[in-house]
Design a protein around this ligand. Structure first.
Ligand code: SF4
Ligand code: SF4
Length: 161
C-alpha cells in the first residue's frame, strides 16, 4: 500500500465505518447499483471491441489507478469479501475475467484500452459520479473517494470481515 494514496488522507477507521454504514442500508446499495447500471447502458451506446484479455484490471501493467466511492466499495464487498491483492492487481479478477461483473465500480465500466473509447466514456463519468455523491447525501452515508486496491486492502486487513 502506498502511504500517498488518497485513502490515507482519512483515518483508516473512517473508511471502515463509512463502508459499514453503506452495508447497513440495502436501499442505498440498490440505488448505487442502479446508477452503475444506468452508466453501463450509456457506455454501451458506443460500439466497442474487447477480447477479454483482462489486461486492464492489472493496474501495474496499464499504469492505471481506479478511484471509487464508499457506495461502490460497499456494493463490491457485499457481493464478495476481498482476497489479498498481488502486485496491485485486482483481487476480483480470476482467469482474466471479473468475478463481480454486476457489482464492479463505475471506473471499471468506463475504462477501455482504446483511448478514444475511454475518452468518450470519461466525459460521461462525471455525470454518474455526481449521482453517486448525491446518493450518499440522500442516505446520510459518509462520502469518501479512495483508490480501489488500497481501499479493498484496508478493509481486508481491518476487523471488518
Ligand atoms: S478493454 Fe482492452 S485491455 Fe481490457 S480486457 Fe478488453 S481488450 Fe483487454
Ligand atoms: S472489479 Fe472487476 S473489472 Fe474492476 S478491476 Fe476488478 S476484476 Fe477488473
Amino acid at each position: 500500500m502506498n502511504p500517498n494514496d488518497p485513502v490515507f488522507c482519512q483515518p483508516p477507521g473512517e473508511l471502515t465505518e463509512a463502508v459499514r454504514a453503506a452495508l447497513s442500508s440495502g436501499r442505498f446499495l440498490s440505488e448505487i447499483i442502479s446508477i452503475l447500471n444506468d452508466a453501463q447502458s450509456t457506455f454501451e451506446e458506443l460500439e466497442t471491441r474487447c477480447n477479454a484479455c483482462g489486461k486492464c484490471c492489472k493496474f501495474d501493467l496499464v499504469d492505471h489507478k481506479l478511484f471509487v466511492t464508499v457506495g461502490e466499495l460497499g456494493v463490491v464487498v457485499a457481493e464478495s469479501p476481498p482476497l489479498p491483492a498481488v502486485s496491485r492487481r485486482c483481487c476480483y479478477q480470476q482467469n482474466h475475467l471479473c468475478t463481480i461483473r454486476k457489482s464492479r465500480p463505475l471506473g471499471c465500466r468506463a475504462y477501455h484500452c482504446d483511448s478514444r473509447i475511454f475518452d468518450v466514456n470519461s466525459c460521461k463519468v462525471e455525470t454518474y459520479h455526481k449521482k453517486l455523491v448525491q446518493a450518499h447525501d440522500r442516505h446520510g452515508i459518509p462520502y469518501l473517494y479512495v483508490e480501489f486496491i488500497s481501499g479493498i486492502d484496508l478493509l481486508r486487513n481491518s476487523t471488518f470481515f
